[in-house]
Design a protein around this ligand. Sequence first.
Ligand code: AMP
Length: 442
Amino acid sequence: MTRFSDLALSPKILEAVEAAGYETPTPIQSGAIPPALERRDVLGIAQTGTGKTASFTLPMIHMLASGRARARMPRSLVLCPTRELAAQVAEDFDTYSRNIKLSKALLIGGVSFKEQDALIDRGVDVLIATPGRLLDHFERGKLLLTGIEIMVVDEADRMLDMGFIPDIERIFSLTPFTRQTLFFSATMAPEIERITNLFLSNPARVEVARPATASETIAQEVVRLKPSRRDRAAKEKRGLLRAIIEREGEGCRNAIVFCNRKTDVDIVAKSLQKHGFDAAPIHGDLDQPQRTRTLDKFRDGDLKFLVASDVAARGLDIPRVSHVLNFDVPSNAEDYVHRIGRTGRAGREGKAVMISLPADEKLLGAIEKLIAKDIPRVECPMQAATRGSETKGSEQPKRTRVRKKPQTSSLEPVARRSGRTVGMGDHLPSFIAMSFKERAAV
Ligand code: AMP
């Protein structure tokens, strides 16, 4: 087995890697670092969760530390599809370069140009940027890319999804053709293949298994919901989401709730808050300071439920996410893999629960095909409870039970355990015993 010390990285970098707690390189690291250090182009086919960030930041730091800076010209560039991912790469860069003096600038939207201009003017070794913001700087005449020696493209498949490929091509053409390119993508769509053929020169191709096939530590489940009426589906899904959270109990320490649409991210976050859960939304329409604040709170354990869209959560590295709750079945099977990869990281246990409507069966099939595994169906906690109360032949009419004043005191411990105030979810036993019509009135 390869060790980090076999990888010809400088001792200062090895110390930083050790301080980060890594013992052995992951397959993408042991595959990509040696050719990168030999100054070869690298085509890494790997997705988030495989350790790919270190597979390009470590050789970059090594090469920047051993080279010499040309005044005021950035020497390296990392392009990321989203602000969050760029911020994450910047953080990792700081971790691994802690013993080496290198300067960096993070160029992402939502931060003032003035601050970023000042950094660029001072001269930086590394630019970490989203494509749009980088080109904005270039067009304002504030940035020259002719000193770029190493260029990294991270998550190219996501760049493609987001329509960034023309920007990437333009950026490639603004950098010297002598640059070294480290290019990462989870998949090799024809369009990705085309630009790698165009801009990479005899790359070392390193391909690693999807983490989804390796993520044996993630327990997966699908809860099917048959809505009483089509126009009630969203509301009933929100009720089911709360029922799932309650069912998971104390084990649900923190969770990312994924929705397919931004509008639903807001609605679900508001609904959870209304019912006493500690939740906040994150999606591309929120301003950057707000997104950063929410993420920091979640990362620090001060926020329990992060309600997110796929783009906003892409590539986030939050080590201790206990649950991924899929409010919607993603329309793209690959997104399922990315979503559940937020939990069960670095060998920890995680749980992924997905709500599915009858109309989602086809999508579900595509996901199961992709992960080459059947996801167990579990009974809808609401419907199970409803049936339970019926078979026991409860003499008390359901409506009466619902209307009974809630026994707040007996429910408080549940709420306290979940770290929140008593809310609707605490009255779940009554709620789940209601008919769908009654539920709708709550
Ligand atoms: P990435 O694929 O870059 O998003 O990394 C996924 C996770 O693996 C992050 O939490 C990293 O901190 C962690 N990681 C990266 N390299 C290693 C390693 N060699 N050993 C253990 N964990 C690692």
